[in-house]
Design a protein around this ligand. Structure first.
Ligand code: HEC
Ligand SMILES: [Cu+2]
Length: 329
């Protein structure tokens, strides 16, 4: 009895913490995009079958364990000898077949809505964003040349096509924002496509879902969804700012691409401290090291345009170039 009480207590504690987590850790986050909705519906459809089967099988198991336990019967007592039961055998053959057909049918019915990117002519038009997986950050490119790191901005209610790529000398990463659908790999040398159409404004977070190396855990992603007008304004003003070199791209690139290994204040971490480093006063040297890597440092900036190198250079020279360092913040 004490054992059972202990087991019950542990179970109660486990359930309590799971309940606090919102949905018991059982359910995916609420879908904020039609493709995520399709994934969630498929999940619940399959969960219904597996849930019923689980309860049925485990229930029968318990029932049989107690109902047919040996008790006082002798070890040698023979049970009834049963050979075949056509009806039962038909049921346990046909029922799983029907269940699998139902699940397969549902999945194939839902799949196009999950997988197929709405056409560019769809109502409301379509925004195309390239998502590039790097060690250990996400680089986004908008059609007008704007670049962003880790945090993507997107309009509410509009189809957004994501073209998922990775540089040839990088590794496989996986794009995954659960509320907006996914997940899909970024594979060096290959192109994958997925999409979302956010239902509301808000920030939806996710992370790289492929174990990609030492800072995989820091490879977080966020999609900030805002009203379309606000988004268009941001995109236009950011284009101007990046063209004239007054944007936050340098700071964002430092925080997303460099700080994960060198520390936000260049104080060092996985990579050495860089405060006062000569490369921060020599654009050519900086460009060479971020494009080609060095030793254990991957060539993480191999796909950047000059604007991004310039932006980073301006930022690191100002923040860490002079030795003392004012700290990034
Ligand atoms: C994956 C971790 C990682 C990332 C990301 C990373 N570095 Fe490094 N970095 C290193 C390591 C490790 C070294 C030491 C390389 C070696 O073995 O010589 C290094 C070396 C350097 C050096 C040369 C230090 C010296 O004096 O020899 C510079 C400059 C540098 N990194 C700048 C950057 C910048 C700028 C970024 C962002 C664009 C960046 N690193 C991103 C890991 C990283
Ligand atoms: Cu990754």
């Amino acid at each position: 009895m004490p054992a059972a009480a202990a087991a019950l207590t542990v179970l109660a504690l486990a359930l309590a913490s799971a309940a606090l987590a919102g949905n018991g850790g059982l359910a995916p986050p609420d879908a904020e995009s039609p493709n995520a909705e399709g994934i969630n519906q498929t999940y619940y459809f399959i969960l219904a079958f597996t849930g019923v089967i689980f309860v049925l099988v485990e229930g029968l198991l318990l029932l049989f364990v107690f109902r047919f336990r040996r008790g006082r019967r002798s070890r040698e007592a023979e049970g009834p000898q049963i050979r075949g039961n056509t009806r039962l055998e038909l049921i346990w053959t046909l029922l799983p077949v029907l269940i699998l057909v139902a699940i397969g049918g549902f999945v194939f019915y839902k799949l196009p809505g999950i997988q197929n990117v709405p056409s560019a002519n769809a109502q409301g038009g379509r925004l195309d964003v390239t998502v590039e997986g790097h060690r250990y950050y996400w680089e986004y490119r908008y059609p007008n040349g704007v670049v962003a790191v880790d945090r993507m901005r997107a309009p509410v209610g509009q189809n957004v096509q994501l073209t998922l790529v990775a540089p040839v000398d990088d590794v496989i990463h996986s794009w995954w924002i659960p509320a907006l659908g996914g997940k899909l790999d970024t594979i060096p040398g290959q192109t994958n496509r997925t999409w979302f159409r956010a239902r509301r404004s808000g920030t939806f977070v996710g992370q790289c879902a492929e174990f990609c190396g030492i800072q995989h855990a820091a490879m977080l992603a966020a999609v900030e969804v805002m009203p379309r007008e606000e988004f268009e304004q941001w995109l236009a003003s950011e284009e101007r700012a990046q063209r004239t070199g007054s944007s936050m791209l340098g700071a964002d690139t430092w925080a997303g691409a460099c700080a994960k290994c060198h520390g936000q204040n260049a104080q060092g971490g996985i990579g050495p401290t860089l405060v006062g480093n000569g490369a921060f006063r020599d654009r050519e040297a900086l460009e060479a090291i971020v494009r080609q890597g060095q030793g254990e440092m991957p060539p993480i900036g191999q796909t950047w345009d000059d604007r991004q190198v310039d932006a980073l250079y301006r930022y690191v020279r100002r923040e860490f170039g002079s030795g003392g360092g004012t700290g990034g913040g």
